[in-house]
Design a protein. Sequence first.
Length: 305
Amino acid sequence: MKTSAFWHTKKIVEDLRFLRDTSVYMIAKRAAYEKPIVRYSERGYLAPNYDRPVCFFCGYDEKNIIKKNVYRYLNELMQAGFDIVFISSNEIVSDADLEKLSKFCIRIIVKENRGYDFYGWKIGLQEYPQYHSHSALLLANDSVLGPLFSIHKIIARLENDDADIVGMTDSLHFLPHLQSYFLYCKKSVMVSEEFTDFFSRVEVLGFKMAIVKKYEIGFSRLLGRRFKLSALYSLDSILNRIHCTDRPKNWIDATVYLWKPLVTEFKFPFLKKNLLIKKGVSIEEISEVLARSDSNYTVDMLAEY
């Protein structure tokens, strides 16, 4: 295990990066970080059903493609009972993709690629203000691959959890928080003053570290003052079964460092895209893990990444 001095130095470096990012943001705020233009906002073919929860799903692809995995995810959400508002930051969404998305969605939004998911969700809430009439609200994005297994049982767990906001996983990095790729908010949350206030303050930030600290952690901190938060696959529950000794607890991202046992032992339904894109995990390695876990996920979808 690396020394405590190593992790302390790593934290200082990340804190300095955060200060740099926020300083650059404040200096360039007016010029470079204007609000993104909404290029398209139209209804899909599906009519809203306010007895159903609504999912605001953010996606981006630098090649302006809606990948097969995204359609799989949207279909699983639809089959699990969600109405879907799709928010794309692609430069353009083809007519063919708009046609296909319309079969899954109650609304499709295409915005300029400024800001990350939190600003995308903000635009979604603005473009579809009827969200508060739905039974619950899910914030999701395309940073994960899957679902690897049917999510019907997971949705039931979300609904039956006594927490008000339920995530898939949590993190102790910087401060305890729910990871923002999947945040299920019950009715009391989505109609609350705290929820509205949080998104009213969301601005366009161009740096990932600043977004994690200000918005991913900020969401849990602000909403956690009033509402109960929980993770279906909490870090504590994972580490109770899987011994991890190569890094301190607050430096463990289970979706990255423990992805194999998460899938095989916990039947965790997602893989982080960064495992393929940045961490160098091979398709063959993922395929082997999926085979051991009896996943019905089609591995050829990974070839697009």
